[in-house]
Structure formats: C-alpha cells, structure tokens
Design a binder for this molecule. Structure first.
Ligand code: NAD
Length: 255
C-alpha cells in the first residue's frame, strides 16, 4: 500500500531511542524528511547519520519537550532546516516512578512525569502549528499514549495518570484542530521492547524472550504511528488505537 507520505516533512520527538527511533527510520523509508528531536543530541545525531547514510534525509535537533523555550526554538529550527512541516509524531516520554506507592512519590517527581509526558506533548503541537497550518499536504499528528491510559497496573499511578491525560489531549486537539484540517490520533500500546520498558521492569537487553506475555517491537508501533498520519487513514480522527494483542478484551470470568 502506498502511504502517500513520500516528499513530506515530519518532526519526531524522542527520536533518539525506542519507538521514536524506529518511527524516524520507518518514515525515512517512506520518503519523508525527518527532524529528530530529542534531549539526547549525540544519540539523535547517530540516528540521523544512519538515516542519511541509507539515502534518507534527517536532521537532529536538541530539545527538552517539557521546556517551552526549548520547544519553540527546536520547532523553528526543524521547519527552517527541512523547509516546512507536514507531520508531527510525538514519542518522547518517561516512566520513572513505576513500582512506587502513591505515598512514596514526591510532588516534584510527580510534576516531572507530567512535565515530560503531558506538557511535552502539548508544547510541540503549539509550536508546530504555524508550519502545519501552512502545509500544502494533509497535515496530521500522531502521539504515543499507552494502554496505561485505560488500564491500571499496581504501583504505576503517576505514569497512568499522565497517559490518560495524553489520550484526552489527543481528543481535545483533534476537535480544536479539525477546522485547520489537522488530524490528531494516538496509539495505546502494551509493553514494547525499548530501553524505557526494560528499565522500568528491570529486564536486561534481549531479556523479553520467553517472558510469558506478548511484547511489541518498536517497529510495530512505528508502523501504527505512521499509518495514523498517512492520508490513507484520512477519516480516522481523535482515535486511541489500542495495540495490546487483544488482552484487554478478555473478561476475568473464571472459565
Ligand atoms: N516501551 C513501552 O513498553 C511503552 C508502552 C507504551 C507507551 N510507551 C511510550 O512510548 C513513548 C516512547 O517510549 P520508548 O519506550 O521508546 O522509550 P525510550 O526511553 O526508548 O525513548 C524515549 C526517548 O525520549 C527522549 N526523551 C525523554 N525525555 C525527554 C525530554 N524531556 N525531551 C526530549 N526528549 C526526551 C529520550 O531521550 C529517549 O530518546 C513514551 O511516551 C512511552 O511512555 C512505551
């Protein structure tokens, strides 16, 4: 299927690692020029080098998605460097409080999780809007939320609350930006094999083999994020795409 993205320009946050890195590669493979935005500039530069060496077009830009001035500068830089912006894919996020009871979390830790995971999804949209509105294509935004937006596991309250906020932010943005012709959707994956999940769950690299529950590859989620910005999904808007191998459909009826 032709995703009709070739020749477009995308900014991807969190592009130095995991889902963001896989998405940047996937978009580049579809002929999209990509701005790789991450707080880890050396790692983003090495992803950009991989893409450029393979014949794609990528530029790495440092950003802290929770910092307004940093996001404003980075969005202006990416649009200037690549000649505009048609798509935004938001993958930057953290999970630093898994395993902590609600009475073990400091207010500053709670605020940091919300700063990156929630403010860090809104600010890139705010500062990408002028370029997205000027796009001559069909501009669209896709965001990584999580199945944690919908289902609670023990000792993960802060992260789950941030992801529920991202899900609602997706819907609110989709409603607000519909007059501009900008679609906004999110993906809600269960566990994905990335440094973030391995760190939170204490799993060594390669350690998911034989774990006893299904795990996505970053490339799985990269495909879903890409599909949701593609014009082939042009009638899908404000949608939380749950990717959890069907686990949440199963009742706990003892049969
Ligand atoms: N891995 C999973 O199981 C899983 C499941 C559901 C949702 N998610 C979500 O997917 C997204 C990507 O996570 P991942 O698993 O690929 O993690 P990852 O740690 O591999 O990648 C996250 C990237 O975001 C960057 N980042 C973090 N804070 C930043 C900041 N303030 N400014 C700019 N960049 C920043 C990091 O440097 C890193 O490159 C996150 O929002 C995460 O919550 C992950």
């Amino acid at each position: 299927m032709d995703l009709q993205l070739a020749g477009g320009i995308a900014a991807v946050t969190g592009a130095a690692s995991g889902i963001g890195r896989a998405t940047a590669h996937y978009l580049a493979g579809e002929g999209v020029a990509v701005g790789l935005l991450d707080r880890d500039l050396p790692a983003a530069e090495s992803v950009a080098a991989e893409i450029n060496d393979a014949g794609g077009s990528a530029v790495a830009i440092q950003v802290d998605v929770s910092d307004e001035g940093s996001v404003e500068r980075a969005m202006a830089q990416v649009a200037y460097a690549l000649g505009g912006l048609d798509y935004l894919v938001l993958c930057a996020g953290i999970s630093t409080l898994f395993g902590k009871a609600v009475d073990e979390i400091d207010a500053s830790q709670w605020d940091r999780e919300f700063g990156v995971n929630v403010r860090g999804q809104w600010l890139p949209v705010k500062y990408a809007l002028p370029a997205l509105r000027a796009s001559s294509r069909e501009p669209a935004i896709s965001i990584v939320a999580s199945d944690s937006a919908l289902f609670a596991a023990p000792l993960n309250a802060a992260y789950e609350a941030t992801k529920a906020a991202v899900l609602m932010l997706t819907k609110a943005l989709a409603v607000d930006l519909r007059p501009d012709g900008i679609r906004v959707n999110c993906v809600c994956p269960s566990v994905v094999d990335t440094p973030q999940s391995r760190g939170a769950l204490g799993i060594p690299e390669g350690g998911y083999a034989g774990i006893g529950y299904p795990v996505h590859s970053p490339e799985d989620i990269a495909r879903y994020l890409t599909l949701l910005i593609s014009p082939v999904t042009r009638t899908i808007n404000a949608h939380p795409l749950v990717a959890d191998f069907g686990y949440s459909a199963q009742s706990n009826f003892p049969a």
